[in-house]
Design a protein around this ligand. Structure first.
Ligand SMILES: [Zn+2]
Ligand SMILES: [Zn+2]
Length: 381
């Protein structure tokens, strides 16, 4: 039941009694209606069930003298002030929270009426709390990133204190239910009766109070525990990628779900291979005769035997060839390709037979100007 219910619901109308009905009249009407709409008498009738709930809710409030008085006061205030949820004046989606929050000090009657009105629930118990997410980093070498790897991760995380089993109370003592929030861990703020609740300050949201704190955890009930986990990093992870491992974070409290573990992966570069998505890349030097005349070249692969590739005659510098299936492992277990880029190697110094052969080659090709086409294209433009 919320404050909004108090404003929106007309409990008198629900029971069909006048506003000045006596307690006896209310009781009598309620009994009659309850019999009529009782779920046992209306099996499978959702409407009757709904009606029965409304009747019970209305009776809960109107049969309690103090609550009925508060309810009457709340409704008369709202009726008089013209505050209506989603009300007139075009201010659709009217937010009660705004109305009562900003007021600061003397906002008067409203806060007083609602303050404390909804605190008495008592039925609520502290909610399970989800464990915190944990961030960590790991550095993989290039091969591990390509093929996936199981790596040990040493992590410190918050867990229940072993000495007190997470209660925070000294051995032999037990915590007591917080009288402020009656174990709920949250309280409705005075002026924020409209759906505003905040963690209870007296028990720090735990719902329990420890008089004699555990000497190990000083009453927090939490301890940091270091653990080493084997974590599977999937194949194909990229440098700086952040992967989420569901449920591998800190433990929850009071049966709450554990948090998640986020691992930021750093990948060491490889001296030879690079990576483009599922494909690996490698640059392979070839000699000028190999590039010009063609031939078979051997190319190294990552973690595998070298492959032979046929270099076509007249291969230009920078030509890229593909060695199928020699790339990175994909999610489905298949592999990408190895992209082989040829780079024509130019010797730093040439001497002896090689020098005379080259000089001969120069003479033989003297009439071929390699830049002829370039100039032609430049003029034509
Ligand atoms: Zn409390
Ligand atoms: Zn402890």
């Amino acid at each position: 039941m919320s404050a909004k219910d108090y404003v929106e619901k007309d409990y008198y109308k629900v029971l069909g009694v006048p506003k000045d009905a006596t307690a006896a009249e209310i009781k009598k009407t309620y009994r009659k209606l309850a019999r009529e709409f009782h779920p046992d008498a209306n099996k499978g009738d959702a409407k009757a069930e709904e009606r029965f709930k409304d009747i019970s809710e209305a009776y809960d409030v109107l049969s309690d003298e103090k609550r009925r008085k508060e309810y009457d006061e709340a409704r008369s205030l709202f009726a008089g002030g013209g505050f209506r949820p989603g009300g007139a004046g075009g201010a659709g989606g009217f937010d009660f929270g705004d109305l009562f929050n900003g007021g600061g000090g003397g906002s008067g009657g409203l806060g007083d009426v609602f303050g404390g009105l909804f605190n008495r629930g008592g039925r609520q118990t502290a909610q399970p709390r989800r464990g915190a997410d944990v961030e960590t980093e790991v550095t993989l070498n290039f091969e591990e990133a390509v093929d996936g790897a199981t790596v040990p991760l040493r992590m410190t995380s918050q867990a229940a204190c072993r000495a007190c089993a997470g209660t925070g109370a000294k051995t032999g003592t037990t915590p007591r239910v917080c009288p402020t929030c009656v174990g709920a861990g949250t309280v409705s703020r005075g002026q924020g009766a409209f759906a505003l609740s905040e963690p209870c300050r007296d028990c720090k949201g735990r719902g329990m109070i420890v008089d004699d704190p555990c000497t190990v955890c000083h009453g927090s009930g939490r301890a940091s525990s270091a653990r080493t986990m084997q974590v599977r990093i999937p194949a194909g992870v990229q440098d700086s990628q952040r992967i989420r491992l569901k449920g591998k974070g800190a433990q929850g409290e009071r049966g709450g779900q554990p948090g998640d573990l986020y691992v930021t992966v750093h990948v060491d570069p490889h001296p030879v291979f690079g990576r483009k998505g599922d494909n690996l890349t490698v640059t392979v030097p070839v000699s000028f005769p190999e590039a010009a005349l063609g031939g078979t070249i051997e190319v190294p692969t990552l973690n595998g035997p070298a492959v032979k590739l046929k270099l076509p005659p007249g291969s230009a510098n920078g030509l890229t060839m593909r060695a199928r299936g020699k790339g990175a492992t994909r999610k489905d277990g298949t592999r990408g390709d190895l992209l082989v880029t040829v780079e024509v190697a130019v010797p730093k110094a040439v001497s002896g037979d090689a020098l005379s052969a080259l000089e001969q080659y120069r003479e033989a090709t003297a009439s071929d100007d390699p830049r002829a086409a370039l100039f032609k294209a430049a003029e034509g433009a």
